[in-house]
Ligand binder design. Structure first.
Ligand code: ADE
Ligand code: ZN
Length: 334
């Protein structure tokens, strides 16, 4: 099973690029860019990759953004993740980041957009990897900042796959951003939102009813609301679940306690992703293996979720067929 998962063709839909910065990379960039960090060694820094909740995690995540000082740095971080994709046979990946953090540091919006777009162009050429960039509004900065972000991003909309909502969830429901996401839809851009990660099921309803999401990031709290589960099963609205993220941020005590098997059994459109693989010490393969080895999810369940990820991606139809054929062929030959 482990080998089957390692070699299986994969699609990743929920991965924050700065969350793929290993402590070693962060350390090297800090030194290269003369940015002073409070840790005295890589080991000390690595030891600080421990969190009790999402807010604590976001603080550490922000350190990664502070050591990035050029488009080339961010491009390099992204290319390092793409090399991991090659190792793990991730053939299509849709990546989260944000422009706001870097705009606040004094860089123009194209800093992030060009770095990630350039990395995707090269990943396609060198490795055949497809996908795109999904900037998120930083929800705890509020809707006025989100509005400004949107105005800054719209001139580059051809380089944007979707716009999302990330960072501190509790206290910042999607409803606060209703008018801004209406403009995102008007611009023909897909909408995603972290919802029901730490905050209750209401936030998932709000993502559906107030900002009309095309996909939900996490959504694990839906199980607390029967009507919501019914709605999600009927509509097959995708939920991008990140098992080791949920364990690291103390939503579940242990991977064996994860409710993904129940979600799958209920017929929800769930798939597995890594969220912040360096911080949570698990890339996509390790997340899938974690679920396969520690829960009741069967090999069929693993294949079903790999198909769900393809179906739920924002790839065009011909690419989806290609990805599905590649997966089906692999399953037949295995
Ligand atoms: N930013 C990076 N990882 C995140 C997560 N798991 N939830 C919300 N915002 C994030
Ligand atoms: Zn996330």
């Amino acid at each position: 099973m482990k080998e089957f998962i390692e070699k299986m063709p994969k699609v990743e839909l929920h991965m924050h690029v700065e969350g793929s910065m290993e402590a070693e990379t962060l350390w090297e960039l800090a030194h290269h860019n003369n940015y002073k960090i409070e840790y005295n060694s890589i080991e000390e820094l690595k030891a600080a990759y421990k969190f009790n909740n999402l807010t604590e995690f976001i603080d550490m995540y922000m350190l990664g953004t502070r050591v990035i000082k050029s488009e080339q740095d961010l491009y390099d971080v992204c290319m390092t993740y793409f090399k991991k994709c090659v190792e793990q046979n991730i053939q299509h990946t849709e990546i989260h980041s944000d422009i706001r953090t870097y705009v606040d540091y004094g860089y123009p919006p194209e800093f992030v957009i060009n770095a990630l777009h350039g990395a995707f162009v090269d990943a396609k050429e060198n490795y055949g990897i497809t996908g795109g960039f999904m900037p998120c509004f930083i929800r705890h900065l509020g809707n006025d900042v989100a509005k400004e972000d949107l105005d800054l991003m719209l001139p580059f909309k051809d380089k944007i796959l979707a716009i999302g909502l990330s960072a501190v969830e509790v206290g910042f429901p999607p409803s606060l951003f209703k008018d801004t996401f209406a403009k995102v839809h008007d611009a023909g851009i897909k909408v995603i939102a972290h919802a029901g990660e730490e905050a209750p099921a209401d936030y998932i309803w709000s993502a559906i009813n107030d900002i009309n999401v095309d996909r939900i990031d996490h959504g694990i709290r839906c199980l607390d609301d029967e009507k919501l589960v019914e709605y999600l099963v009927e509509t097959q609205l995708p939920l991008t679940v990140c098992p080791y993220s949920n364990v690291a941020l103390k939503i579940f005590d242990d991977i064996s306690q994860h409710t993904l098997p129940i979600m799958l059994e209920k017929g929800l459109n769930v798939s597995i992703h890594s969220d912040d693989p360096a911080h949570f010490n698990a890339y996509l393969t390790e997340n899938i293996i974690g679920i396969a080895e520690n829960t009741s999810v069967s090999k069929e369940g693993i294949i079903q979720m790999a198909k769900n990820a393809i179906k739920s991606s924002f790839a065009d139809n011909s690419r989806k067929i290609e990805l599905l054929n590649s997966l089906n062929q692999y399953v037949m030959d295995a």
